[in-house]
Design a protein around this ligand. Structure first.
Ligand code: NAP
Ligand code: ZN
Length: 351
């Protein structure tokens, strides 16, 4: 019998979220079931609830930065036992045998149905769509369930499951490290974790923010230099100086201003998901053989590697811990760019 649990979701785009009853599947032999302790609120949750990309399906329970404690394991599960910490990010299933999956890039699964996400993609077991981590429990295949190092603060570690891997993966892929200058554009949930990870990788980190109040705070977060992007003089000082830019901005913005900051062979990597197309001027990329590219979360093995890296370097998010009945207020504040720097829900408050 599927288990009935409480969750927080919505039945329509842009409607306030409310407590609802959902069902979790029966434990399969390869499943891990856990009580959700904490779940982060990512701007992608907001995009999906707003149906910004057009593909949202309702009812919807968001949440894909999920940390919890194991309450049951299926008969084939080897690496988790009851009482262990467990975490789930964006990916909960994929075909497992296409070229992308074989190269640990489950986020780009090309098999039938593609990647199953933790919420708002077709649910192979229950029908309908998957329901995310704004809920009391979660059930996930062992293979897609992550181990959380015990040394990390659990609430502050939750955002690593999406924000962390989304910036770790491109920083690693594009070679951030000693001798490289990394620019981080947008200091929100993703951006503030990117500062910490890029610094731990050994790069020189320069932050670009539209918020005057974040300029000083960026240094506290570990940035070596911070630029108010609305000031052309400050921007000019970095022309052709940055090797890798991680652009986390959630709304339409002028990317050409950032392409001009790239050194020869530099790359601007888009991870933010503005709903409208961005315009790129030809001369901003042909000059300096620059690349305009993108990146999407990261595979399961890389997500585990990122969690272990963060434990080793003592990296977690700066969070505002909220109760379940504050989710709507948090969504409103996230929309207004008023969060330092990630909301995390204490799921024990969902009674
Ligand atoms: P967030 O906390 O809201 O941060 C976004 C930041 O962008 C803001 O803090 C702000 O930084 C800047 N910003 C917002 N509006 C802006 C505007 N109109 N013009 C210029 N800058 C603006 O969001 P998040 O959770 O970090 O997510 C960021 C984006 O990444 C979202 O679009 C999300 O959907 C996407 N995302 C993508 C992936 C992926 O795999 N590719 C994964 C997760 C999230 P400043 O105040 O510093 O300017
Ligand atoms: Zn996310």
């Amino acid at each position: 019998m599927p288990t009935q649990i409480k969750a927080v979701g919505t039945t329509e785009a842009r409607k306030p979220l409310e407590v609802m009853d959902i069902a979790r599947r029966d434990l399969q032999p390869d499943d891990v079931q856990f009580q959700v302790l904490y779940c982060g609120i990512c701007h992608s949750d907001l995009h999906q609830v707003h149906n910004d990309f057009g593909g949202s399906s309702f009812p919807m329970v968001p949440g894909h930065e999920i940390v919890g404690r194991v309450t049951a394991v299926g008969s084939d599960v080897k690496s988790f036992k009851v009482g262990d910490l467990a975490a789930v990010g964006c990916i909960v299933d994929s075909c497992g045998h296409c070229p992308a999956c074989r190269h640990d890039l489950e986020q780009f699964c090309e098999g039938e149905g593609g990647t199953t996400l933790s919420f708002n993609t077709p649910d192979k077991y229950m029908g309908g769509m998957t329901y995310g981590g704004f809920s009391q429990t979660y059930v996930c295949k062992e293979q897609y369930t992550l181990h959380v190092p015990e040394s990390l603060d659990l609430a502050a570690a939750a955002p690593l499951l999406c924000a962390g891997i989304t910036v770790y993966s491109p920083l690693k892929h594009w070679g951030a490290g000693a001798g490289k200058t990394v620019g981080i554009v947008g200091i929100g949930g993703l951006g503030h974790v990117a500062i910490k990870i890029a610094k731990a990788m050994g790069a020189h980190v320069v932050v670009f923010t539209t918020s005057a109040s974040k300029v000083e705070d960026a240094k506290r977060l570990g940035a070596h230099e911070a630029v108010l992007s609305s000031d052309p003089e400050q921007m000019k000082a970095f022309a052709s100086k940055i090797d890798i830019i991680i652009d986390t901005v959630s709304a339409t913005h002028e990317v050409n201003a950032y392409l001009n900051l790239l050194a020869i062979d530099g790359s601007l990597v888009l991870v933010g998901l503005p709903a409208e197309p961005l315009e790129v001027g030809a001369f901003n990329v042909v000059k300096g053989r620059r690349s305009f590219s993108g990146s999407n979360i990261g595979g399961i093995a890389e997500t585990q590697e990122m969690l272990d890296f963060c434990a080793e370097h003592d990296i977690v998010a700066d969070i505002e811990l909220i109760k379940a009945d504050q989710i709507n207020e948090a969504f409103e504040r996230l929309e207004k760019n008023d969060v330092r720097y990630r909301f995390v829900i204490d799921m024990s408050t969902l009674a």
